[in-house]
Design a binder for this molecule. Sequence first.
Ligand code: HEM
Length: 411
Amino acid sequence: MDARMSRRRMLGFGGASLVVGAAAGAGIDRVVAKSGGDGGGSDVTSPIPFHGAHQAGIATPVQDRLHFAAFDVVTGDRAKLVRMLKDWTAAAAAMTAGKPVGAGAVGGPEVSPPDDTGEALGLPPSRLTLTVGFGPTLFEKDGKDRFGLKAKRPAALVDLPHFPGDNLDPARSDGDIVVQACADDPQVAVHAIRNLARIGFGVVSVRWSQLGFGKTSSTTPDAQTPRNMFGFKDGTRNVAGTETDALDKHIWAGRPDGAEWMAGGSYLVARRIRMHIETWDRTSLGEQEDVFGRDKNVGAPIGQRREHDAVDLAKLKPTAHVRLAHPDSNGGTRILRRGYSFTDGSDGLGRLDAGLFFIAFQRDPRTGFIRVQNNLATDAMNEYVQHVGSGVYACPPGVQEGGYWGETLFT
Ligand code: HEM
């Protein structure tokens, strides 16, 4: 079995198999039906390129589903860790292209487990992106420099301070390595994390993970803005994937920032934010709109008519979320939000365990998330939310052909 065959071709699925010869393996998935995953006309069956200057999954269009997994490294052997990162990279490049891991899920020797677990067979790439990040504990844990990386810890990779109202669960926080898997099909995202965990057996173990649905952000302003669990449009004012100047200024780490290996990378802050939706649902519409400073219907800022009208901060309550989070209230800082809603069943007290898995990318968390989160101390929304999980990670620059995740850090 040719390991480079796409999942679709391997199974010889319907119409796609008919064009194998003509397409000669190039962009074959493009011939199958299109469906606009983000409402922006993107083709969910076309793969998002894995290789490039920056990792995919940051400025690329936001997909519908998330599987976010934090891993602990369970070996002290640096060479094993590097080997695994190389294996992960090869698997990630294959899966994001819609191909199976290694020699695939079927057709191999009957006496050994297949290289790929198989549940994504026949599914299109679904715009899968896999984005890796390294947590502070990879550089130093309990005073130990386990992998000789301590001196390379970037100054920007700070431990996040305690914020008022935080109620963080250590079992849902931190981790040495994270992988953010985003795809339009949850099965494709879960398959990717599962196969990476499987490849990493003996080197890493999953510390915690989070599934997400219903993206709560947008990097494509022309697309319809999605809504969060409070029913409000979320992602109206975000850094767009096409804003190259803003990305360079606020999102991508640069050479002068200190850690040269991070140039072209970005810092990821994740927060599991529980939303008390039962309380929210008993709150009047007027109060809900005051909390955000936007109208619930079209998403216009208070005092304006259209969603993308400029925000007049003076017209918003001093405690409005948008007023406090706005760049003008934070020294001009901008972050790229890329979060998802979650509902993990109920909490045993008759309430849904629901909320927003907040993800933000920035050039430096000290001037990005930390600055904004401190300013949100008086946010009217705090009455309805609680941060229960947290992590900060350095996401290295993109992988070049033949390279591997974290190459600039380990060489
Ligand atoms: C459950 C928690 C949260 C909810 C439900 C929420 C919801 C919203 C909504 C509805 C908007 C307005 C639409 C938009 O411009 O995207 C918004 C804007 C924004 N939020 Fe949040 N948010 C949450 C947490 C946070 C956190 C933790 C931060 C950062 C520390 C943050 C930063 C921002 C920023 C920067 C904006 C854009 C402000 C602007 O430029 O106008 N949000 N959020």
